[in-house]
Write a protein that binds this ligand. Sequence first.
Ligand SMILES: NC(=O)c1ccc[n+]([C@@H]2O[C@H](COP(=O)([O-])OP(=O)(O)OC[C@H]3O[C@@H](n4cnc5c(N)ncnc54)[C@H](O)[C@@H]3O)[C@@H](O)[C@H]2O)c1
Ligand SMILES: O=c1ccn([C@@H]2O[C@H](COP(=O)(O)OP(=O)(O)O[C@H]3O[C@H](CO)[C@@H](O)[C@H](O)[C@H]3O)[C@@H](O)[C@H]2O)c(=O)[nH]1
Length: 332
Amino acid sequence: MNILVTGGAGYIGSHTVRLLEKKADRVVVYDNLVKGHRQAVGKSVFVQGDLLDSGKLIDTIQRYAISSVVHFAAASLVGESMGKPRDYYRNNVQGTLNLLDVMLDNKVGKLVFSSTAAVYGEPEITPITEDAAKNPTNVYGRTKLAMENAMDDYSRAYGLKYIALRYFNACGADPAGDIGEDHEPETHLVPLVLRACLGKSDGIKIFGDDYPTQDGTCIRDYIHVTDLAQAHGLALEALYGGHGSDVYNLGNGSGFSVKEIIEAAETVTGIKIRQEVIARRAGDPAVLVAGAAKIKRDMNWQPQYTDIKEIIATAWRWHRANPDGFPRLGDR
Ligand SMILES: NC(=O)c1ccc[n+]([C@@H]2O[C@H](COP(=O)([O-])OP(=O)(O)OC[C@H]3O[C@@H](n4cnc5c(N)ncnc54)[C@H](O)[C@@H]3O)[C@@H](O)[C@H]2O)c1
Ligand SMILES: O=c1ccn([C@@H]2O[C@H](COP(=O)(O)OP(=O)(O)O[C@H]3O[C@H](CO)[C@@H](O)[C@H](O)[C@H]3O)[C@@H](O)[C@H]2O)c(=O)[nH]1
């Protein structure tokens, strides 16, 4: 297993790299560091490069005799995607098609792809199973669905074997506390709530409390980042073991509202968080909760973190120890 991990310096990528380093012969991280951090990558080979740079991708794949790819690199913010569709289509669609071309031209036929709950849009039935209708409500989700469709077509025509993992809301940090979530700007709920606890902001703004949920705020399924990482290891092993192309949800199967997340963070940190309700954010579905029975059945995946307070506690450990995130070493 010589694995190329695109976006391996990012949040979920770096946690997965840490796990793959224990399983693979060689892990090569390929990241343009637009969002990621060089310091988040441990002992793996690191190549600073962009998905759109075919020459560098070809060189990396050939130089390190890559046999499979785990593809995290993408622009991934629901709100931002609504105002910047060109950036999202260029990075997520053009960038991924480019990677697929390079893979096929170099006979690399195994791919694990970061997909998202955002491909479903507003679900008709909850929990959402993999065969539910796909009607994304935001540009980001549409770019990811477009790539799932492309991989499906490439699988039939060219024999590509891919596993698309549709994550719900990633959060938490490695229990060691030395890597975690560090985005600039940060837009995700859990790190924003914890930054508020650290006094890094005035408090948290709740995007709408008029959704059709019990307290009016959006409900999401929060899944620990190391449980996501484990699933990537299992998916790769399945592909090397001959598993065909497939698609899996990754979530805990229980939903928490924005207000419940704030309450849980208050309990974990012992700090009261100032809250203000503002307008809805464009593109947000009301409820996203995963049905993850398929990956449990097929790959024996079992999330280790099912208690939201325990999940938030791992994130809190990271944020408290690293209130300004990774040291900035002029890496961007
Ligand atoms: N965070 C979540 O809750 C969540 C949920 C569902 C799906 N996802 C998907 O998981 C993946 C990882 O998400 P994340 O939260 O770790 O994001 P992230 O921004 O922390 O990581 C993405 C990494 O990709 C790199 N990158 C982006 N575009 C690139 C390009 N063109 N060339 C090379 N490198 C590039 C960035 O520098 C960054 O290090 C993304 O594909 C995202 O869509 C994330
Ligand atoms: O300051 C904030 C930030 C977020 N929210 C709400 O909190 C929830 C979670 O938001 P966020 O943490 O930004 O995650 P999502 O927008 O749900 O998107 C994440 O989860 C999706 C899957 O569900 C992934 O596809 C995306 O990549 C990932 O960013 C949403 O209802 C937001 O409206 C607030 O109310 N205030």
